[in-house]
Design a protein around this ligand. Structure first.
Ligand SMILES: CC(C)(COP(=O)(O)OP(=O)(O)OC[C@H]1O[C@@H](n2cnc3c(N)ncnc32)[C@H](O)[C@@H]1OP(=O)(O)O)[C@@H](O)C(=O)NCCC(=O)NCCS
Length: 181
């Protein structure tokens, strides 16, 4: 296990085999996936976890597994996702880094996402990343709160690709932050 970031309460690290089952359960939870188009199958979660781990090991930055220091318990992930020019999005600014978070419901509302995300922004700045975006559905108030708590600014509204115009999750927001070198 390699630790990349440490905060008062959290360890952000690469992924471990033992993270797989809680990660699969989190991604199959209706409450967690409320603002996403679908639940994720256990197989899809397994592939996603492998990919996140490979990216961290190769680039030293990515979507980190989050562990509570005090208990060693697995809480979810917080980190950066590289959105390439070939992505499903049609933004002019591609490629860019997106900061994102997904935590188990048991720990929501304790400032965990904000604490981890703040540390990820510092880490990103020391790794030469100059700007970061964050994307979410307009209804995802808690995620938007995290963006605001880490001093990101509303950048624009956009329509999420691959969803019908009638889908209530179609309308998304994009937040932005320029990082200090
Ligand atoms: C988004 C998420 C990571 C936030 O994690 P968290 O650790 O609870 O975040 P924080 O405690 O740092 O901040 C959340 C803020 O939203 C508030 N909040 C939570 N639910 C809310 C709601 N339904 N309405 C209004 N505010 C809400 C919290 O009170 C807190 O604000 P405060 O610090 O001013 O009290 C977590 O809710 C989650 O994993 N959601 C499911 C996955 C997801 O949607 N990820 C983001 C996709 S872009």
């Amino acid at each position: 296990m390699t630790i990349y970031i440490e905060t008062d309460r959290l360890i952000l690290r690469d992924w471990d085999e033992e993270d797989l089952l809680p990660f699969q359960q989190m991604n199959a939870n209706q409450q967690v996936r409320r603002f996403f188009p679908s639940l994720l199958s256990y197989r899809r979660s397994e592939l996603d976890m492998q990919k996140m781990d490979e990216i961290i090991k190769e680039h030293g930055i990515g979507l980190f597994a989050v562990e509570l220091k005090e208990t060693g318990g697995w809480l979810g992930f917080i980190g950066l996702n590289y959105i390439s020019e070939n992505s499903k999005y049609s933004f002019e600014e591609l490629p860019f880094y997106e900061i994102g978070w997904r935590l188990i419901p048991e720990v929501w509302g304790n400032g965990i996402a904000s604490e981890g995300a703040e540390a990820v922004l510092d880490y990103a700045a020391t790794h030469g990343i100059e700007e970061v975006y964050s994307l979410t559905a307009e209804q995802n108030v808690s995620s938007i709160k995290v963006m605001e708590k880490i001093n990101m600014q509303l950048y624009d509204h956009f329509e999420y690709p691959e969803l019908s115009n009638y889908n209530p999750l179609k309308k998304h927001v994009r937040y932005y932050k320029k990082l200090n070198k």
